[in-house]
Design a protein around this ligand. Structure first.
Ligand code: NDP
Ligand code: MG
Length: 381
């Protein structure tokens, strides 16, 4: 029996995690959840999963949810409802939980993740922005506290799966696959007039808004290179990004003898979420299977880092190290928010990342407070 906390239970990853719980009622118990704006969904989740603790980040939404819960006669065991950063941390360290799924979006997840590690919780990590900003702290604290970090990002789960049963000392390189997003094959001039609706049309995956936009600019792949650097302790030059437009090969590793081991499957986040919950077991998961005859072919391309320069900038940020990956992430978070708000153009996202990286003086080995301050300064502009 596993007891879980979910940071971001109302999001794309959070709701798919709850689908997994539905299929494994005797093995998984939801103890604590969090959301921000979607209080109707939180109310439904409380009715269905009876968590004991619920955080609604925005205080006014937390008050509204408390009223709804109190007035609902069908909710017999009323959960404790908390808010703000303090509330997120309470969910992360909830004493009854063994594992915390970090499915919140953005670097707001840094403190709750570190607190969960300090409380001895295993982490099912979807919230890549946190690891990009504070990977040096999170990985060393996880080792110190003997906590496991299970990747949920599909590529990193594929790498993790491909590493099973093989000696780590023989790992030669990581092959990180990318779909290429909706604008694969286009040149810069063709992207000048891209709208929010265009950027949200991902060819293969259905995901939250920010990660979908990040996938279209390849900033997501940049974040994933940095994420892989921390999760698997490999140098950035040992991480090769390969475009695989059908999203069937979720990533691979190459060993010293030349063998490449990959994980393949249909594009469905429920597999990596379930693997993180049940590792090393592989219980049944309903869904489509890959049919090689229907698929016909799997193709490969080199990423175009001139058009999609966010990927090249991510390599630059991780090579520079220190505070620079955090700056890369924060600049991207800010630029995506500005693009969504109609304040900057689509190409302006990568331009803003570039400008911000160039003007930042790298801080070596920044502490947690410094990382958060640097991130918040960039967000506040
Ligand atoms: P969504 O936008 O769908 O969900 C985000 C969740 O975080 C929601 O529960 C939302 O609450 C909550 N949230 C948003 N902002 C805040 C805030 N300021 N304070 C507290 N809670 C907040 O995101 P995804 O599920 O797509 O992504 C979650 C993470 O997983 C991201 O880091 C993403 O990169 C990563 N990931 C996602 C994949 C996917 O397939 N979706 C694939 C691989 C990685 P509410 O909705 O109630 O406002
Ligand atoms: Mg991914």
């Amino acid at each position: 029996m596993k007891h879980i906390s979910i940071l971001g239970s109302t999001g794309s990853i959070g709701t798919q995690a709850l689908e997994i719980v539905r299929g494994h009622r005797n093995e998984l118990i939801v103890e604590a959840i969090s959301g921000n704006n979607n209080i109707e969904l939180l109310l439904q989740q409380i009715s269905e999963f009876s968590p004991k603790l619920v955080c609604v980040y925005k205080e006014e939404n937390a008050k509204r949810l408390s009223e709804l819960v109190s007035a609902d006669p069908c909710i017999k065991d009323k959960p404790e409802i908390v808010s703000g950063m303090e509330g997120l941390i309470k969910v992360a360290v909830y004493p009854g939980s063994d594992i915390v799924l970090t499915a919140i979006v953005g670097m707001i997840g840094i403190r709750p993740t570190v607190e969960a590690i300090h409380a001895g919780k295993d982490i099912a990590l979807a919230n890549k922005e946190t690891l990009v900003c504070a990977g040096h702290i999170i990985m060393s604290e996880a080792a110190r506290c003997a906590v496991n970090i299970y990747p949920v990002d599909s590529e990193h789960s594929a790498i993790f799966q491909s590493l099973q049963g093989n000696p780590r000392r023989s790992l030669d390189k990581i092959i990180l696959t990318a779909s290429g997003g909706p604008f694969r094959g286009r040149k810069r001039e063709e992207l000048e007039k891209v709208t929010l609706a265009d950027a949200l049309k991902h060819p293969n995956w259905s995901m939250g808004q920010k990660v979908t936009i990040d996938s279209s600019t390849l900033a997501n792949k940049g974040l994933e290179v940095i994420e892989a650097r921390w999760l698997f302790n490999v140098r950035p030059e040992k991480i090769q990004v390969v475009i695989q437009p059908q999203s069937i090969i979720h990533s691979a590793v190459q060993y010293d003898d030349g063998a490449i081991i990959a994980q393949l499957g249909t594009p469905d986040m429920k597999l990596p979420i379930q693997y993180a919950f049940f590792y090393p077991e592989r219980p049944f998961l309903a869904g489509d299977r890959v049919d090689f005859f229907k698929l016909g072919s799997i193709t490969f391309e080199k990423p175009d880092t001139e058009t999609f320069k966010a990927l090249a900038l991510a390599y630059e940020a991780i090579e520079t190290g220190g505070s620079m990956p955090c700056v890369f992430n924060a600049a991207n978070e800010r630029a995506v928010a500005d693009f969504v708000a109609g304040k900057i153009s689509y190409l302006g996202i990568a331009d803003f990342i570039e400008k911000t990286i160039r003007s930042h003086k790298m801080v070596k080995d920044p502490g947690l407070d410094e990382i958060i301050r640097i991130g918040e300064d960039i967000m506040a502009g």
